[in-house]
Design a protein. Structure first.
Length: 267
C-alpha cells in the first residue's frame, strides 16, 4: 500500500510575500508602482523632500487604474477608531504609513487637512489609517502608541502631534510617545502605556502591516483610493483628481443600480 503524501505546507500568515490577495491583485499594485514612486523606504537615505516621482494618472476612463479587489480592503467599520469620515462615504482613502516617515509627515501636514476639510466634512470621503511600521523598533512603538491613543478616541490628535514639524527627530521611545499622548489629550496615561504593550496593540499593528505587504507595498506612504493605488506624498491635485473621479464613478454606479431596480420593478 503506497505511503500517503503529506499535505502541502501552508504559507505562514507572517510571510511578507505578497500572496494574500492573489497574483492579479499584486500585479495590479506592482504595475502602478507602489515602490517605483519617490516614496520613503527603509534604505532611503535622502533628505525629506517632496515626492518627485510620477504621480498616478487619472485618465478619462474612470475605471482605468482601479482594481476592485483592492477596493474591497476598505473596512467601512463605524467603530474603527483609526478612521475618519462616514462608513458609507462613496470614497475611501486607505493610508499605509509610518510615523518615522518624512513623506508621511509631509502628507499629514500639507495635504490631509485639506482633504478632510473639503471631502470628509461633506461626507464624500472616509480616511482609514493602516499602521505600516518599516523603520524598526521606534516605528513599531509609535504604531502601537497610535493604536493605544485610539482606544481613548484620541488617535487623530496623536497623529497630529506625532507628525508635527520636528517631532520625528525627537524619536519615538516609550517616554516620548507617552509625552505625545499627553499632548494629544489622552486622559488615562497608565491605561495608554498598558495598551501600548498589550497583545491587542501588537496584533492590530501586525494585521495592518501584513495587509500592506500582502498587496506589494514596500514604501511609505502608500494609498488606495477606491482601489486606485497611489504612492508617495504626491501633489494635492493627484489626490483631489482621484477622489473626485472615484466620487463621480460611485454616483454613476448608484444611479445605474437605481435604474436597474426600477426597470425590474416595472416588469
Amino acid at each position: 500500500m503506497p505511503t500517503p503524501k503529506k499535505p502541502a505546507a501552508t504559507p505562514s500568515k507572517s510571510s511578507r510575500k505578497p500572496l494574500v490577495y492573489g497574483a492579479v491583485v499584486v500585479l495590479a499594485a506592482g504595475l502602478l508602482g507602489f515602490a517605483s514612486y519617490k516614496a520613503t523606504s527603509p534604505d532611503d537615505t535622502a533628505k525629506d523632500t517632496t515626492a518627485t516621482g510620477p504621480a498616478a494618472e487619472v485618465s478619462a476612463d474612470p475605471n482605468e487604474g482601479v482594481y476592485p479587489e483592492l477596493a474591497k480592503l476598505a473596512r467601512r467599520d463605524a467603530d474603527d477608531k483609526l478612521a475618519i469620515g462616514p462608513a458609507d462615504a462613496p470614497v475611501v482613502l486607505i493610508e499605509y504609513a509610518d510615523f518615522k516617515c518624512g513623506y508621511c509627515g509631509k502628507f499629514a501636514r500639507d495635504t490631509e487637512p485639506g482633504l478632510i476639510e473639503k471631502y470628509v466634512k461633506d461626507g464624500t470621503l472616509r480616511i482609514e489609517w493602516r499602521n505600516f511600521p518599516i523603520f524598526g523598533e521606534e516605528s513599531e512603538t509609535a504604531a502601537r502608541a497610535a493604536w493605544a491613543a485610539g482606544q481613548q478616541d484620541r488617535f487623530w490628535e496623536f497623529h497630529r502631534a506625532a507628525y508635527a514639524e520636528g517631532a520625528k527627530e525627537k524619536g519615538f521611545g516609550k517616554d516620548r510617545v507617552k509625552a505625545l499622548a499627553g499632548e494629544a489629550g489622552v486622559k488615562d496615561l497608565d491605561r495608554f502605556m498598558k495598551d501600548l504593550d498589550g497583545d491587542a496593540a501588537r496584533a492590530a499593528v501586525k494585521k495592518d502591516q501584513e495587509q500592506a505587504y500582502g498587496i506589494g507595498a514596500t514604501s511609505t506612504p502608500s494609498f488606495l483610493i477606491n482601489g486606485r493605488p497611489i504612492a508617495g506624498a504626491q501633489p494635492d491635485e493627484t489626490f483631489t483628481r482621484a477622489i473626485e473621479t472615484a466620487a463621480e464613478q460611485a454616483k454613476a454606479e448608484t444611479t445605474g443600480n437605481a435604474g436597474d431596480d426600477a426597470g425590474e420593478s416595472a416588469k
